[in-house]
Design a protein around this ligand. Structure first.
Ligand code: BTN
Length: 373
């Protein structure tokens, strides 16, 4: 899955990317504030109609006539037609039937702050500082890093309908079509430096599986360091990025992407086997707002406790989900190849690779793991 470089960063530890050196004091700002949907401005500075102006009218999946849409928006039919074309270019399929009008087949559930908040349990609710739901952003991870640099407190959660430059691991692009999947990032602060965060991205994988299992999604597995798999395809991924002092006080951005209803056209650019929740759930995936809340219910408490617990309590749950346990594998690191048998992870989150030299701990970085052919 996946293209686009990772802010010039270099990976350290499993899936953790350092993107900045020291940053200034973090000031407690914006507690409880909610920012919903960014405004779009064209290159000439003219405001563009947000995609979400038209989409809610079509979200029910029913037909709406061009005239009804024009009336509802106070626009001409030509202007509505232009907006409809824009939705198509975002990857939203809009069906047009003469005499009936326009519809989005199957409908679409937009992100909705009140629905997300309603799904939050008290611990997550208490840890959430700010919920930022955007229509379009380059990358939710990049947005949270910008907000950290601007002094926003830990606990900022950012999700978006669409990412134009979604970041995957190893410099890949994360395919992020409009209103179809989950793109979630949030910040947390730690005081023990990057070393204390070893295994955090693996623990995040376990928390994501718990969130999805709670919604009835079964058969999920994890691939070291942090791929979420189902039916041998990639369902999601985790990308951690760090700002601050790698030896002391630092802020981590935890980014999670999950395929919910990947449109076939968008999927053409994905370069590996993939799956989405729609396929896993026989066409009825959990709603994206429910999913977002379920993820936050698991992820915020994990982030808040990880500084104290470290990876140790997450190791056994991770091993229980390990898709490659006991499998012959080849590790790829640039031009280097290392063959062995995957034997789970140690209590720092390092992959334990059994080779002729014995059991070797392997940390993250530019390593990918593929089953030996
Ligand atoms: C991977 O390559 O497996 C990691 C993918 C992580 C994607 C998520 S989507 C939300 C957040 N914002 C990004 O730009 N990337 C992460």
């Amino acid at each position: 899955m996946c293209g686009v470089t990772e802010a010039g960063g270099s990976e350290a530890h499993s899936g953790l990317i350092c993107v900045a050196g020291r940053i200034g004091l973090v000031i407690q700002l914006n507690r409880g504030r909610v920012c919903y949907y960014s405004r779009h401005v064209s290159l000439t500075g003219t405001p563009l109609m947000p995609n979400t102006t038209l989409v809610p009218l079509l979200a029910d999946g029913e037909f709406h006539s061009g005239q009804a849409l024009a009336n509802a928006l106070g626009l001409s039919r030509t202007a509505v037609w232009k907006q409809l074309n824009r939705l198509q270019s975002l990857g939203l399929e809009v069906e047009s039937v003469k005499g009936r009008g326009y519809r989005i087949p199957g409908g679409v559930e937009l992100l909705d702050e009140s629905r997300v908040r309603k799904g939050l349990q008290p611990p997550a609710h208490a840890l959430l500082q700010e919920l930022q739901l955007l229509e379009t952003v380059d990358s939710t991870n990049a947005e949270v890093l910008r907000r950290i640099a601007a002094g926003t407190a830990p606990g900022l959660v950012c999700s978006a309908e669409q990412q134009t430059a979604g970041r995957g691991r190893r410099g890949r692009q994360w395919v992020s079509p409009f209103a179809r999947n989950i793109y979630l990032s949030f910040s947390w602060e730690y005081h023990q430096g990057a070393a204390a965060l070893e295994g955090l991205s693996l623990a995040v994988g376990v928390a994501v599986v718990r969130a999805l299992s709670g919604l009835g999604v079964s058969g999920l597995q994890l691939k070291w360091p942090n791929d979420l798999l189902a039916q041998s395809g990639k369902l999601g991924g985790v990308l951690l990025e760090m700002a601050g002092d790698a030896a002391g006080r630092c802020q981590v951005v935890i980014g999670v992407g999950i395929n919910v209803a990947m449109p076939t056209a968008a999927a053409d650019t994905i370069d590996q086997a993939w799956v989405d929740l729609t396929r896993l759930c026989d066409g009825s995936p959990p709603g994206r707002n429910t999913l977002l809340a379920a993820l936050l219910n698991e992820l915020l408490p994990l982030a808040a406790s990880f500084g104290d617990t470290g990876f140790a309590p997450w190791r056994a749950p991770w091993m229980a989900l390990d898709a490659y346990a006991g499998t012959p594998v080849v590790l790829h690191s640039g031009e280097k190849r290392q063959a062995g048998v995957a034997r789970g992870v140690d209590d720092r989150g390092a992959l334990l690779l059994e080779t002729t030299l014995g059991l070797q701990p392997v940390f993250g970085g530019e390593i990918s793991l593929r089953a030996a052919s």
